[in-house]
Ligand binder design. Sequence first.
Ligand code: SF4
Ligand code: SF4
Length: 198
Amino acid sequence: METPKRRAELEKYYDPNSTFGHLRVAQMKRSWKLKNRRELTWWESTYIPTLFSGVWLTSAHFFRNLGLHILHQVGLKKDVRAAATYQYPEEKRPLALRARTRHRLTKREDGTPRCVACMMCETVCPARCIEITAAEHPDPNIEKFPAEFILDLGKCVYCGFCVEVCPEDAIRMDTQRLDIAEYSRESMIYNKERLMNG
Ligand code: SF4
Ligand code: SF4
């Protein structure tokens, strides 16, 4: 059985500031708790104390939030958040910077797409939802450009392969937009202009 001393030694070994260290420490604490779990007493095994503690906790949150919402309505305590939930759609939940969100085509300084119509993204796409029509670029330094770039978000599985494979950093999934619901399948099909400016 692990003693508190042994546990302290292990915690010291797992530096919580290292990469994923906090996860390792949490995992270790959990396994320590599981190993050292004691038997429930007769009173605890009725679950009545747990039931009351649950009701108390829920009620405490309810009355706290109710009180704060009433104060907010009269213009007080606006700086104190009323509930742990986000009031969507007025208030959007912040996303991680690396979250894969709706696509966009990046532009050059002159406003034209960076895409050189190499077809890598179209080839790698497992959902086959990209369709590019290539055309000759007037600039001899750039071989091709996409005359049309169609992306069907109704089929996309958000795997991010298109972004990974692009040699020109021409397509990104960093718009932080996930609200892409539409009323028809056709509206889910994005063309070049929509991907560049939408
Ligand atoms: S995210 Fe994946 S499925 Fe969606 S367009 Fe890119 S490669 Fe295709
Ligand atoms: S991989 Fe990049 S450059 Fe190539 S066609 Fe796709 S978006 Fe354009």
